[in-house]
Design a protein around this ligand. Sequence first.
Ligand code: PLZ
Length: 457
Amino acid sequence: MSTRAKAYYLRMTVETTLVQERRLVTAIPGPKSLEALKRRTAATSAGLGIAIPVVIARAQDAILQDVDGNCIIDLGSGIGVTNVGNSASRVVDRVIEQVQSFTHTCFTVAPYLGYIEVCEVLNRITPGDNPKKSLLVNSGAEAVENAVKIARHFTKRQAVVVFEHAFHGRTNLTMALTAKNVPYKDGFGPFAGEIYRMPMPYPYRWVGDAASITSDALDLITQKIEKEIGAQNVAAILIEPIQGEGGFIVPPKGFLPGLADYATQNGIVFIADEVQSGFARTGDFFACDDEDVVPDLIVMAKGIAGGLPLAAVTGRADIMDSVHASGLGGTYGGNPIACAAALGTIETIEEDNLVDRANEIGAILESSLQALAKRFPIIGEVRGRGAMQAIELVYPGTKQPNAEAVSLIIQYCQSQGVLLLTAGTLNNVIRFLPPLVITDELLLDALSVLEEGFARL
Ligand code: PLZ
């Protein structure tokens, strides 16, 4: 590291460590954020959303500091990305080192070790002991697209089965794979073909018998596949093992193993989209691990590289190798800086036992949220796994979605310095995705703000 970089780095990390405390010094948004937000409106596309109206100057672990100096508790991790915390030290160190070595060659022009090492690690940590291989790309959507391309090439079939409430990205193919119209698809068609959507066993809103939901859902789906598509035409079944944007919908026990078995029996590639549920989030390395489901292909992004743009497809070596040379690629896929960040991220998860920490965070979240649900009947359900938890808000005594209450609660929490994200096809879910390095004190402080929010509602 150059002397200048070293001095800068020391200043940032040692001397000005961000205290892990919520602290408001102005209203939210403060004057400097307001000023910068004016420039945002003037300079950036109106097609972009915004979750909290502040502009960030720094972030560390579970605290975001805005340009006015407000310290906000991060319960979103940039949508499940900074699982190892904002500016995690092993990520920062490796990134600095890599930037100084080289920034780009294009892996398909002149390969480098970082890419190979990330693939070796992914082949080791993903579910299953079978021989596996990997491909690195830039975003979750690009990884999903590649998984579908590979599955189609391998099976020489075209149909792709997806589910209600699914979110798989914003590119043309992944919009088609995504369930929700507004905001993701409206006016953006025509969409890619050969996509077939199946009912999702959403336990809270399942209309049939709760006791037989797994077998009823599997029967329904497999019958629909046989009748409407023909199993012999299906290249892939693509599913989020816990649905993210759709509202943290956890399928009932037995459903994923049953679906994976059906895929295997019919020569269909079973693809798990673990873009949101992956990388220690759910208290396992991957959500599929919970029921020992071994997908043929697993799609990863978000939590893989501590905030640098990286995504991956890992899976059965025979499937991954079925594509002709140069059939896969891209200029930036597996960029060396992003690979360095991924190695720092995975090292952090393993050395700091963040999988266990996700379970501890999950226990705190679950007991606090269940206690809130007892007091406030507006909370229809608490659900999730590990540090991926959510509450679904309804009108008390009914299951009618209450999106209005979600926005009031979120606004209150923001005004008090707590960043929370929404989710759900019906816009009535609040999700909790804290960095896995959040302290108990900080998490409990955020939850007390949430409680005040419900009490004031
Ligand atoms: N698959 C399961 O959750 C991204 C979307 C944010 P990209 N989810 C956050 C937004 O408003 O676009 C996601 C996901 C699952 C795929 C993706 C897509 O990942 O890296 O955003 O392309």
